[in-house]
Design a protein around this ligand. Structure first.
Ligand code: HEM
Length: 353
C-alpha cells in the first residue's frame, strides 16, 4: 500500500485523538480522591488544624467559610484571594473588608507542605477548610471535590464587582449568583451561612436606622444602642448575624428573617414579600432541608470555574500568600519602594527623598 495514502488516511484520526486528549486535560473534573495516592494524610491534617483553630476561637469557622466564598466568586475557586501583594491584591478591596482566617490557611498549608511538598493546592485547602469549619460548629458535611489549581494572579477589580454587598436588593442578589451558575434557591441556602459570624455596624447601620417596616421594632432598638446613626461612629462595632444562636450552625437565621430580625439589608430581602419567601419559610421549618441544601450548594459553589488539569495554571506555591519562586518581592511606586521578604504579611516601605 502507498505509505502516503496510509498517512493521509490516519492523519484525521491522529488530529482528533490529540484534540480529545487536550480537552480531557482541560476539563478534568474535581475528585474527592485526588490526593489519595499523592498525599493521603492531607485531609486529616486540614481537619485537625481547622478543629483546633475553631476550638480556640469559635468565630474562625465563620471566617473560613466566608473566605472560601470570597475566593470562589472572583474568577473561580483558585485561591487568588490569598495572594498578598501590595499592588494587585484582593485582600484590601472594599468587598473584602472584614475577611479573615488567612493565618489559619497559612498554618494549614505549612503543615501540609511538611508532609507532601508541592502537592496540595491552596484552593483545595480553602474548600476543605470551609467544610471542616461548618462541621466544627454543628453544620452538615459533604464530600469535597479536589484538584483545583491555584491562580498566579489576583483580581481586585472583579472582587469589587462580583462579590455581593449587604445593601443589595433581591433581584440583584439573584443575578449575581446566577452569573456564577447558582440558582435563587442556592443563593438562599448559602446565605444561611449567616447563621454564624458577625457583621460590622458600618454594614448594617442603614438598615437599623431606616424607617422601613421590614424590621422588627425591638430588634432595631437593641441594635441601635451599639451602632450609632452617624457615619464613622462605631463603624467597627460588631453584632451577630444570627441573634439567637450566633455560634451554632442551625436554621435560626431563617427563623429570624421570618420575624424580620435579619441584620443585613441583603438578609431581610430574602423574606420581604418576594419570590424567595417560600424558600426561607421552608428552611425556617426544616433544619434538615436547610442542611442538605446548604451542603449541595457549597459543592456547587466550590466548582465555580475550577482551574484543573494541565491548563489550570501554576500550582507551585510554598505559601498561599506568595508565589514560591519570589522569595523577595519589590515594587517601586513614585518615590516609595515596597519590599517583602519570604512572604511575610508586612511590607517594608522605603521612601527615597
Ligand atoms: C447573598 C449575598 C451575601 C451578601 C450580600 C453578604 C454580605 C455579608 C456582609 C456585609 C457581612 C458582614 C461583613 C462585615 O461587616 O465585616 C457578611 C458576613 C459573613 N458572610 Fe456573607 N454575604 C452573602 C453571602 C454569603 C455566603 C454565600 C456565605 C458563605 C457561604 C457567607 C458567609 C458569611 C459569613 C460566615 C459571615 C460572617 C463573617 C465574620 O464573622 O466575620 N455570606 N456577609
Amino acid at each position: 500500500m502507498d505509505p502516503h495514502y496510509c498517512l493521509r488516511t490516519i492523519y484525521p484520526f491522529i488530529i482528533i485523538l490529540i484534540i480529545s486528549l487536550n480537552s480531557i486535560g482541560c476539563k478534568s473534573q474535581l475528585s474527592p480522591t485526588f490526593y489519595d495516592t499523592t498525599c493521603p494524610n492531607a485531609l486529616t491534617i486540614i481537619r485537625t488544624s481547622v478543629r483546633t483553630a475553631v476550638s480556640r476561637q469559635r468565630r474562625m469557622a465563620a471566617l473560613l467559610i466566608r473566605l472560601h466564598f470570597h475566593d470562589c466568586f472572583v474568577q473561580g475557586c483558585d485561591a487568588s484571594i490569598l495572594l498578598n501583594d501590595p499592588i494587585t491584591t484582593e485582600r484590601t478591596t472594599f468587598s473584602n473588608v472584614g475577611v479573615g482566617g488567612y493565618e489559619v490557611i497559612d498554618a494549614v498549608k505549612t503543615a501540609v507542605e511538611n508532609i507532601c511538598p508541592g502537592v496540595v493546592s491552596c484552593a483545595d485547602i480553602l474548600a476543605v477548610a470551609a467544610r471542616d469549619a461548618t462541621v466544627a460548629v454543628g453544620g452538615p458535611s459533604w464530600s469535597v471535590g479536589l484538584g483545583r489549581r491555584d491562580s498566579t494572579a489576583a483580581f481586585p477589580d472583579q472582587a469589587n464587582s462580583d462579590l455581593p454587598r449587604g445593601d443589595q436588593d433581591l433581584q440583584s442578589l439573584i443575578s449575581d449568583f446566577e452569573a456564577k451558575g447558582l440558582t435563587e434557591r442556592d443563593m438562599v441556602a448559602l446565605s444561611g451561612a449567616h447563621t454564624i459570624g458577625q457583621s460590622r455596624c458600618a454594614a448594617f447601620r442603614a438598615r437599623i436606622h431606616g424607617n422601613g417596616s421590614a424590621i422588627e421594632a425591638n430588634f432595631a432598638t437593641t441594635r441601635r444602642r451599639s451602632c450609632p446613626f452617624s457615619r464613622g461612629e462605631g463603624d467597627q462595632i460588631m453584632a451577630p448575624l444570627d441573634l439567637v444562636t450566633p455560634n451554632s450552625f442551625d436554621n435560626n437565621y431563617f427563623r429570624n428573617l421570618v420575624q424580620r430580625r435579619g441584620l443585613l439589608h441583603s438578609d431581610q430581602v430574602l423574606f420581604n414579600g418576594g419570590s424567595s419567601d417560600s424558600i426561607v419559610l421552608e428552611y425556617s421549618n426544616s433544619p434538615s432541608r436547610f442542611a442538605s441544601d446548604f451542603a449541595a450548594a457549597m459543592v456547587k459553589m466550590g466548582e465555580i470555574e475550577p482551574r484543573t488539569g494541565v491548563d489550570g495554571g501554576d500550582k507551585d506555591y510554598l505559601q498561599c500568600r506568595q508565589l514560591r519562586k519570589r522569595k523577595i518581592q519589590a515594587y517601586v511606586i513614585g518615590r516609595d519602594m515596597y519590599i517583602n521578604f519570604l512572604g511575610h504579611d508586612s511590607w517594608v516601605t522605603i521612601t527615597v527623598s
